[in-house]
Design a protein around this ligand. Structure first.
Ligand code: SAM
Length: 324
């Protein structure tokens, strides 16, 4: 069923681009896209993670909201809060601004507020969160994060209290983000599901919107080290580096408009040479996720052929990376 949908979509995009796919090429693209879409884990509902905190398994996306092996709270701290430099910034800035892509269970937000307030009780904190589907029931985190987790969940969708201004924009973040302005984030927590399963929040075009809302010295942080995402960040002028690996083989990504690249030689080489290091595209910010994914894989195929010395099947379609 899914395979047929993918095949039809691939044919359609190929036709629109004026590309004639041969059978082998079509088979390979469909095989790879199907693999990307396979659930990383089965089931649906709350489960306990390695550090004792709960997370939610999404049957729709086939993955958990947090790393089961690292632990949900540990992931918030090590993949988001610590690399974001917010703790340091709270020592010298009276007010902090945070953009939170993928509110989920609200863990990143609750852990961040709790830790910053522990360090500096008077820091004012402004948070804008994006979320498409809020769960009906969210279990409260244990102490020391329970108080602020409860505070946030009770205040949804918007409140201003005790020096905390919070707003949850409910809907597709691609649409909601267009309404946000006059916000310059000290940190962006980019915590959508993984890029191949949730590509609409990792495209060059969506990240361009994020760039509009991040301060020059702000830090964009995420758990992913995916090539299309890192490439998009680089094309948008961010300096890109790695964060510590937690519960996964590879580390996450930290990016800033004011820093140079700090990736290893091997990682930089991949970003230069791999045909997979081209961004997802979603020019009008409303494409179907599957379409974004197939369009990406088709452009990868064209680059593979070009790198293998094979003439790409059409001169009309460019696999290039302009940011327009
Ligand atoms: N940061 C969260 C936390 O700390 O609990 C976990 C986020 S979870 C990995 C990803 C979230 O992104 C999900 O809640 C999902 O509903 C949301 N999401 C996925 N696609 C979205 C979209 N197009 N717009 C807004 N939110 C989206």
């Amino acid at each position: 069923m899914l395979r047929n949908t993918l095949r039809d979509l691939l044919k359609k995009i190929g036709e629109e681009r004026g590309i004639l796919l041969d059978e082998g090429m079509e088979k390979e693209i469909l095989r790879e896209v199907s693999l990307w879409l396979e659930p990383s884990i089965g089931g649906h509902g709350f489960v306990r993670t390695e550090d004792g905190s709960l997370t939610f398994l999404s049957a729709k996306y086939g993955e958990p909201y947090h790393s089961l092996w690292a632990g949900a709270v540990k992931e918030c701290l090590l993949k988001f809060l610590y690399p974001s430099n917010l703790m340091e910034k709270s020592k010298c800035k009276r007010e902090l601004f945070i953009l939170d892509v993928g509110f989920g269970l609200g863990y990143n937000v609750a852990v961040t507020i709790s830790e910053i307030r522990k360090l500096n009780p008077h820091t004012e904190i402004n948070i804008v969160s994006f979320e498409k589907e809020l769960l009906d029931k969210i279990h409260l985190l244990n102490e020391p994060y329970r108080r602020f987790h409860k505070f946030i969940l009770e205040g949804i969708p918007k409140f201003e209290k005790d020096g905390i201004r919070f707003e949850l924009l409910l809907g597709d973040a691609r649409e909601e983000i267009k309404e946000v302005d006059k916000f310059l984030a000290d940190a962006v927590f980019h915590d959508a599901f993984s890029p191949y399963r949730n590509p609409e929040l990792w495209s060059l075009d969506f990240l361009k919107e994020i760039r509009r809302l991040i301060a020059k010295d702000g830090l964009w942080v995420s758990y992913t080290s995916s090539l299309p995402v890192r490439k998009a960040l680089k094309l948008l002028g961010f300096g890109v580096g790695s964060s510590q690996s937690v519960g996964r083989k590879r580390g996450g990504t930290v990016a800033s408009l004011s820093l140079d690249d700090s990736l290893s030689q091997e990682e930089l080489r991949k970003l230069e040479a791999s045909p997979y290091a081209i961004p997802f595209r979603d020019k009008g910010l409303k494409e179907e996720p599957l379409r974004i994914l197939i369009d990406y894989r088709l452009r990868v195929e064209i680059l593979k052929m070009a790198q293998g010395g094979i003439e790409p099947p059409t001169p009309r379609f460019s696999a290039g990376c302009s940011t327009n």
